[in-house]
Structure formats: structure tokens, C-alpha cells
Design a protein around this ligand. Structure first.
Ligand code: NAP
Length: 301
């Protein structure tokens, strides 16, 4: 099921990635977390997406406790995690506003902390979580080199970066960035129009797509835009032989020519199985654009 990222020097990442942002909300006991991990690895979903801040800084630790129950799992998975957001939290009582930090000190501290919480001695991929207007590309590049030479991080990427922010950082790096993790769903696909996906396609770098279901909001049909998309999804589900609406959405996201890796946000194995089954689904160009039109509420120009 899984494929490696297109660039030969890139890391192996599975076609579907399991997101762990909501891990703390799943309220699983340690053995249930282990079972969940084993089950999605068995499904071929071997890449895991984390961030230091997930679950108010708790998710990496919960995951690390899970890995400790079955240390052999580490060799079967690829861990992606992120740094550079500093959130106000009871854990950081002196912090006054949420902000970003791409200083060498923060990146190194954050990586060391993630390694310790996750209970691993290397990260497969480290992403800068959000663009930071105070980012000094030179300093980040030197820091990435240090982390790579120390064997702490194998590959680097970014998240929510514009094409120029991506190009700026890449211009100072010795190794290629391996992804830009961005929001892609039928309610928000601005990256398909602002040059972000064009740049990745040009460089043959696969994006990672977050919140493909708009955090679940799309399926609950909240506002008028979501209702329009939902009606079209219902029709397409029948036409392409999908079993559920999420499958149509995953097929729609994956059909973008930059070839996104879909990050699944659900904590339910049945929904992960549905995602795996969606890999064989395809939409015609017209079917694809019907979602575009439903989302925008007008025809293409
Ligand atoms: N880089 C970034 O800035 C960024 C930002 C946000 C997220 N992310 C990453 O992307 C991952 C996915 O984001 P997301 O959680 O917002 O993804 P999502 O797939 O848009 O939303 C998942 C949510 O939708 C619910 N849901 C309802 N019906 C569903 C269905 N039929 N199938 C699957 N889920 C359904 C899930 O609940 P159940 O658990 O009950 O199924 C879950 O709460 C995160 O875990 C994180 O790793 C990255």
C-alpha cells in the first residue's frame, strides 16, 4: 500500500499517515494505544505525525509510553514531529502570547525534548510547524546540519510555508526539504491556487495534507459551503462506488498532481480501513471539479 516519497534522497513515508494530534482526546488506555498503533501499522499506515505542542504538549509522551510497551515497533514506523510554536500553557506560566521561535536554541531544545518524550534516539523527519517572520534561514540551516550530523534527525521539512518561505529556507540548506505539510480539504484548498502545490510538483516533493475532512466539520455539514459540498459528495459516492463520504474526500485530495500524502485524523480503526480502501478510488476530471464548484459556489472562470 505504501510508497516512498518521490525524490530518491527522501525518506520512506507511507501513502497514508496517521495523525496523532487528537491522541489525548481518544482516552485510550496504554494497551489500547498499542493495539491501535499495531493495527494501523498492519494496514500499511506506518508514518506517524506528531508535534511537540499536540494535546497541550502531552501527545508525544503518551506515544512514547506506548512505544515502550513494544520497543520493536520503532523499527517499523517513521516518526514525523514538529517544532517552533510556543503556546501559552500551564506548563509555561511565564509565556504571555502564543508565538514562533526558530532560533537554534529552541529547535535543539525542542528536538531533544521530543526524542526523550517519544523514547527514541532519532526522528525520521522534523518539520518547522509554522512560518516565523523572525526566521533567520542561515541559523536554521546550521542547526539542521548539527542535528543531522548528530544523527538526531534524518530529514527536514516545513509546514504551512508559502512558496517563497520554502525557497528561502531551501536556499541555505545543504539537503533538500522533504515536504511542506499543508491544509487541503474541499472547504480550503488555497494551496492549489497560491503556488504552494505548483512549487512542490515542480520539485517532485510530495506535500502532506492535514485536516482533509476539515477536522470533521465537512461531514457534519455546518455552514452553507459545507452543505453544498456534502450534497455533491453524496452524489459522487454513488457514482464512484465509495462506501463512505470520507473515501470520496481522500480520493479528491490525492488526485491533486502534487500527489499529497493524506494524514488521517481519526482514532477509529474502522475509519482508517475505509481510508486504505479509498486508495483504489478515482474521480474523473469533471467529477473532481464538481467539488471545486460546490466549494466555491460558482463555476470556474
Ligand atoms: N501541520 C499543521 O499545522 C497541522 C494542523 C492540523 C492537523 N495536522 C495533522 O493532521 C492530522 C489530521 O488532522 P485532523 O485531525 O484535523 O483531520 P480530519 O480528518 O480533518 O479530522 C479528523 C476528525 O474528524 C472526525 N471524523 C468524523 N467523521 C469522520 C470520518 N468518517 N472519518 C474520519 N474522521 C472523522 C474524527 O473523529 P474520530 O476520531 O471520532 O473518527 C476526528 O475528530 C492531525 O492529527 C495532525 O497530525 C497538522
Amino acid at each position: 500500500m505504501a510508497e516512498s516519497i518521490t525524490r530518491p534522497q527522501g525518506p520512506y513515508l507511507s501513502e497514508l499517515v496517521q495523525g496523532y494530534w487528537r491522541l489525548a482526546d481518544w482516552e485510550m488506555k496504554p494497551q489500547q494505544r498499542l493495539r491501535f498503533l499495531e493495527q494501523h501499522v498492519d494496514l500499511g499506515i506506518t508514518t506517524i505525525d506528531h508535534a511537540n505542542i499536540y494535546g497541550d504538549y502531552e501527545c508525544e509522551q503518551l506515544f512514547g509510553e506506548t512505544l515502550k510497551l513494544q520497543p520493536g515497533m520503532r523499527g517499523q514506523i517513521q516518526i514525523v514531529t514538529k517544532c517552533n510554536i510556543k503556546l501559552c500553557s500551564a506548563k509555561f506560566p511565564l509565556r504571555k502570547v502564543n508565538h514562533y521561535d526558530t532560533s537554534s536554541t529552541h529547535i535543539i531544545e525542542s528536538v531533544d525534548n521530543s526524542l526523550s518524550l517519544l523514547g527514541t534516539d532519532y526522528l525520521d523527519v522534523l518539520l518547522l510547524h509554522r512560518p516565523d517572520v523572525l526566521m533567520k534561514a542561515e541559523e536554521v540551516a546550521e542547526t539542521f546540519t548539527k542535528l543531522r550530523k548528530a544523527g538526531k534527525v534524518l530529514h527536514f521539512g516545513v509546514s504551512n510555508f508559502s512558496p517563497s518561505q520554502f525557497a528561502l529556507l531551501q536556499s541555505r540548506l545543504e539537503v533538500p526539504l522533504v515536504t511542506n505539510q499543508v491544509e487541503i480539504n474541499p472547504l480550503n484548498f488555497s494551496v492549489a491556487h497560491d503556488g504552494t502545490l505548483d512549487q512542490l510538483q515542480m520539485l517532485r516533493i510530495r506535500p502532506m495534507a492535514w485536516s482533509c475532512l476539515a477536522g470533521g466539520r465537512l461531514l457534519s455539514g455546518g455552514d452553507i459551503q459545507a452543505q453544498r459540498v456534502l450534497s455533491e459528495l453524496e452524489l459522487l459516492k454513488e457514482e464512484i462506488g465509495a462506501k463512505s463520504l470520507d473515501q470520496v474526500i481522500y480520493a479528491w485530495v490525492r488526485q491533486l498532481p502534487a500527489n499529497p500524502l493524506v494524514i488521517i485524523g481519526s482514532g477509529k480503526i474502522a475509519r482508517l480501513k475505509a481510508a486504505v480502501d479509498s486508495l483504489k478510488l478515482e474521480l474523473s476530471r469533471e467529477q473532481w471539479y464538481r467539488i471545486w464548484v460546490a466549494s466555491k459556489g460558482h463555476n470556474v472562470p
